[in-house]
Design a protein around this ligand. Structure first.
Ligand code: ACO
Length: 454
């Protein structure tokens, strides 16, 4: 039998330095684990928002036991200074700044700097960062040939992940060991080029000529320009549309140890370079239970409309778990309350459609689904609320971004968070390769049978 008893006291003030920048406090209280006839004390650490964790690093050495936590639902894989989430209260902060305040007052590029470098930039830092992003936005001309090799119906997430790695090949110094002195340049190159790669992937999927970025445009405006202009005719950029997309990118910029960010940290822990780590993040983001949910939400809403349903029939089939159906854009591993990003997007959805003089029947279906689900015991008991993906797709649709590109937009937005987490792993002198354990459940030793005897 295993028992643990954690005495939740106040932090003792003892400090264990983890990296030059972040510290964890060691509690004077211990968690006690009793197994068979022996009891061992396990250290309890506490973070800056008073979250407590039992440090089990020495557990196996001392008892032969490992911990088991399928899906890592209750496992802290690292300490981090970047993003704080309180899922019960619906709080999200980047480097201590609330998502509500940042989404109202800041921009994606400013937030990217904040996440990567830890503080809001000064005017000079921001200008230099912006100039560096402009400097790196053009891809090596040879990269164009790589796009030719994909079938025209290739998913843009497949193209994006491959092209990020391919683009890394054009920076030879990346293949050497991590060099903090070069990090600023490499990370700016990656952040700048991801949107060029994404726009080129889109143009390729439509068989349209590639449009080069314009140095006079800022980050998000340039992306829309590369997506929608023609070599002979520039798209007229509406400031509302640029601001709405910029806000979507900002809201996606980081979200602590989710599936893709943990993947980036995992790959980085083996000391792979920043482009390889980010390409792995793109692959991890792709699935419908993670970043692919924004595409799945729109497909779900379109399906409901196509069936002539107002959402009632669909919700019934979700509750009956028909074919494993889920209400996409609902539920979250961490949020057991309204996702604060969904709240911001919902409030802006209506306003944006009005400003762009557009209406969308899918928004009506989404609002009805949300209203019904939030009164239904199935969703209430399981604490399932709208997540960021529930409304982001409707906004992106209004901006003319095709459904297949939604997850790519998420990847562009999440890049600062991936880069910040990559840096945290690389800068931590105590960081080790990520290597979880397992409980083996396969056959015990078997004797090899020659093929004629099987
Ligand atoms: N619709 C219907 N039921 C759901 C949903 C949903 N969206 N989400 C969870 N449930 C149910 C499960 O069926 C389960 O029910 P049970 O207790 O009767 O078995 C219960 O709620 C718990 O679900 P889990 O799968 O254990 O929750 P988990 O934390 O593992 O999953 C996840 C979280 C993947 C986000 C899940 O809620 C989901 O699939 N949501 C839909 C996809 C989605 O929107 N993903 C985007 C997440 S945000 C992001 O990555 C940006």
């Amino acid at each position: 039998m295993v028992e643990t008893g954690i005495d939740n006291g106040v932090a003792s003030g003892a400090i264990r330095a983890s990296t030059p920048t972040h510290t964890i406090h060691l509690m004077s209280e211990k968690a006690t684990l009793t197994y068979k006839d022996a009891s061992i004390d396990l250290p309890v650490i506490v973070g800056s928002e008073n979250e407590h964790g039992v440090d089990i690093a020495k557990l196996r050495d001392q008892t032969g036991l490992i911990t088991y936590d399928d899906g890592f639902g209750n496992t802290g894989s690292c300490t981090s200074d970047i993003t704080f989430i309180d899922g019960e209260a619906g709080i999200l902060r980047y480097r201590g700044y609330s998502i509500e305040e940042l989404s109202e007052k800041s921009t994606f590029v400013e937030v990217a700097w904040l996440l990567i470098h830890g503080n809001l930039p000064t005017r000079t830092e921001l200008r230099k960062f912006s100039d560096t992003l402009t400097e790196y936005q053009v891809l090596h001309e040879a990269m164009k040939h790589h796009f030719e090799g994909f079938p025209s119906n290739a998913h843009p997430m497949a193209i994006l992940s491959s092209m990020i790695n391919a683009s890394g090949c054009f920076t030879r110094e990346l293949t050497g060991p991590y060099d903090p002195a070069k990090f600023k340049r490499h990370s700016a190159r990656l952040l700048s080029q991801v949107r060029t790669l994404a726009a080129f992937a889109y143009r390729k999927s439509l068989g349209l000529p590639i449009v080069y970025p314009k140095p006079e445009y800022k980050y998000t405006a340039n992306f829309l320009h590369m997506m929608f202009s023609m070599p002979y005719d520039d798209v007229k950029l509406q400031p509302e549309a640029v601001a709405a997309l910029d806000q979507i990118l900002l809201l996606h910029a980081d979200h602590e140890q989710n599936c893709s960010t943990s993947t980036v940290r995992m790959v980085a822990s083996g000391r792979a370079n920043i482009f390889a780590s980010a390409a792995a993040g793109v692959c991890a983001l792709w699935g419908p239970l993670h970043g692919g949910a924004n595409q799945a939400v729109l497909e779900m809403l379109a399906h409901i409309r196509h069936e002539g349903d107002d959402g009632t029939k669909f919700l019934k089939s979700v509750k009956e778990k028909e074919g494993g159906k889920r209400l996409m854009g609902f539920g979250h591993r961490v949020y057991k309350n309204y996702d604060p990003r969904a709240k911001i997007l919902k409030a802006n959805c209506d306003k944006l459609l009005a400003r762009l003089k557009k209406s969308d029947p899918l928004l009506d279906i989404a609002l009805k689904l949300e209203e019904t689900a939030l009164k239904d015991p199935y969703f209430l008991e399981r604490k399932l609320y709208p997540n960021v993906d529930f409304y982001s797709g409707i906004i992106m649709r209004a901006l003319g971004i095709p459904t297949e590109m939604f997850t790519v937009m998420f990847a562009i937005g999440r890049m600062p968070g991936w880069i910040a987490n990559f840096k945290e792993v690389m800068d931590d002198p105590t960081s080790r390769i990520y290597r979880p354990r397992q409980i083996y459940t396969g056959p015990t030793i078997r004797e090899y049978l020659p093929i004629e005897d099987r």
